[in-house]
Design a protein. Structure first.
Length: 309
């Protein structure tokens, strides 16, 4: 639902003043009785008088904190991966079972595999998001490569147990990720450092641009796996991890894709939550060319649905 809002600039001064008044009132109401003044010492990484981050940084603050601090996120992720693991025996036993739309019929004699995404599916990159917020910086390929090559991303809760279980059952695990091909070494090092078992296939890390035809749309890479393995499950955090047509399209078109493949969710397609980024954000910002922070916030406000009228 799109609604008309006054431009962000017209509201910002009033909103900031109101927040300042509320903050002052709250501080006065809850402040303890005056006592001896303690010396104020800023933390080593927090100089006194630090400014608030920009709107682009604050836009993902709550989402990043939810991933890093909420028990619910950890519980939900474990729940999803546990449910996925429980599907494996049934999927193995049914030779007609396949999760890939790209899978041709007669795949029953192929060895079994699952396809998983990497970022926010098996590896948690919320520390990178936290760094961007603290530095008041936007995503860049340079800082992203630095983070990937540190190989310090931790497993998403439940992911490691799922992959280990799949390997115990003789199921190959392919990591189909839109990380660029030049980040394969760092990606492999990170996964191995966190205990993800190596595969039997020659290469289970299928990165964007590793072959000329392997672009951001993952269809060609799913097809590559489906030619060689019977794909039991697809697991990811973005609609693009499951079907084509999810990128560069509208919110409504993406919703129709979900409905079209309704019988696959929770049975052959397993999706995890990622509130920080993804093609869902791009869908909100369609037709905005090089938007400013104010443009982004304005579009997001216009996309809210308060269920009025």
């Amino acid at each position: 639902m799109n609604r008309s809002y006054p431009p962000l600039a017209q509201r910002s001064v009033t909103r900031v003043c109101a927040l300042a008044v509320l903050a002052l009132a709250g501080a006065c109401a809850s402040a303890p009785a005056p006592g001896p003044a303690a010396p104020s010492v800023p933390g080593p990484s927090e100089p006194a008088g630090r400014d608030l981050p920009s709107a682009s940084a604050l836009a993902v603050l709550d989402a990043t904190l939810w991933m890093q601090t909420s028990a619910e996120y950890a519980a939900m992720s474990r729940q999803i991966w546990t449910a996925a693991a429980r599907l494996l025996p049934e999927a193995l036993a049914d030779t007609g079972w396949t999760a890939a739309l790209e899978q041709e019929s007669g795949a029953g004699k192929l060895p079994p595999a699952v396809i998983v995404d990497v970022d926010e599916t098996v590896l948690d990159n919320s520390p990178y998001a936290a760094r961007l917020i603290e530095r008041d910086a936007r995503f860049s390929e340079e800082t992203w490569a630095e983070w990937v090559n540190e190989a310090r991303a931790r497993p998403v809760p439940g992911a490691l147990e799922f992959v280990r279980r799949a390997r115990e059952l003789g199921v190959e695990v392919f990591y189909v990720t839109n990380r660029l091909a030049n980040l394969e070494a760092g990606t492999r090092r990170n996964l191995e450092a966190m205990g993800f078992p190596a595969g039997d296939a020659e290469d289970v890390y299928l990165l964007k641009g590793e072959r000329d035809e392997w672009g951001s749309d993952k269809t060609s890479r799913r097809a590559w796996v489906a030619e060689r393995y019977r794909v039991l499950l697809l697991v990811g955090d973005d609609l693009n991890d499951f079907t084509n047509g999810a990128r560069g399209t509208s919110v409504a078109a993406r919703a129709r894709l979900v409905e079209r493949h309704g019988d696959r969710w929770g049975t052959r397609w397993i999706v995890l939550a990622n509130p920080t980024y993804g093609s869902w954000v791009s869908a909100l910002l369609l037709e905005l060319e090089e938007p400013s922070d104010a443009d982004v916030v304005q579009r997001k406000l216009e996309s809210l649905d308060p269920a009025e009228g």
